[in-house]
Design a protein around this ligand. Sequence first.
Ligand code: CP
Length: 345
Amino acid sequence: MPGRGREIPSLSTRHLLGIVELTRQDILHVIRTALLFRNRNLRPRRKSGLLAGVTVVNLFAENSTRTRSSFELAERRLGADILNFSADASSFAKGETLLDTVRNIEAMHVDAIVIRHSAGLVPWFLAERCTSVIINAGDGRHEHPTQALLDLTTLYERWYDPARPEQTGFEGKRVTIVGDILHGRVALSNIYGLQRLGADVAVCGPPTLMPKGIEELGVQRFNRLEEAIEFSDAVIMLRIQRERQDRALFPSTAEYARLFGLNHHRLRTLDKELLVLHPGPVNRGVELDSEVADGPCSMILRQVENGVAVRMAVLVMLLSEIRCAGRGRGCQGQELNEMQMRAEC
Ligand code: CP
């Protein structure tokens, strides 16, 4: 945790493009700062002025419920000015390019752009050409860094042992990512993040939904869900991404659910705790049955709760320099420390 007298840590990168670019220390700083915000979010007075005067644009060129809402709540709770921008209500529809759109928005003096786009690597493309801080809210099938950070925060809460502060809590833990690895962007970000923190990572799913050469990332591969859950301390169940599939990659939804769906019958056979995560939206009866999705092993709503805190942490860590320009370094640290002191009272 950032403690009294310490400044809020910043990331080693100017933008948040992908987990691939973050160090283990970056990830731990985000998680620990997020946990501070999570506690703050439980209190009736959740707002602060940590990002007062900073303007953030939420540019979502693809649908979203959780990511978009939680970024907006995070920005509001930090006191930032917000511009929400929807592709379907913009001049994209008239043929304006993404780069022209972003450059026009930047001409209005904004500080950061949170971007979700159906094409992979768009955040990297913008970061090279624009002046704002770019935050990736999901790029095609590629990365979804804030989703992985909130998943890691949720597991850290369960696994970190304060009696062993030199460890992350992930050492020796086994996590399997199950389902549509090929079309999902959560898998890659989580593989990088879990490995940085010391977990053993596996994947499981139909061969047609598995990228070629996935083992080269240092992950074990299971073809049967039973083997995967026997191996695992936690599973991250991924949604079947029908909108990204241009052909049928498994015989039927019922067949998929039978082979790779986690249901309460399967959980009952285990004699250990298995944490069940899902980034949402859940296809009930496909990846998870309702007994599992709503049951005691499910971390789903905790993930969503942590999502706001993680996005607050990322925004403050990336944008504090902008807010502090002219006020002297350390101004965020002072405010954060005051916030922590109030939380401790
Ligand atoms: N997990 C996730 O990215 O959900 P949304 O698509 O609703 O943002």
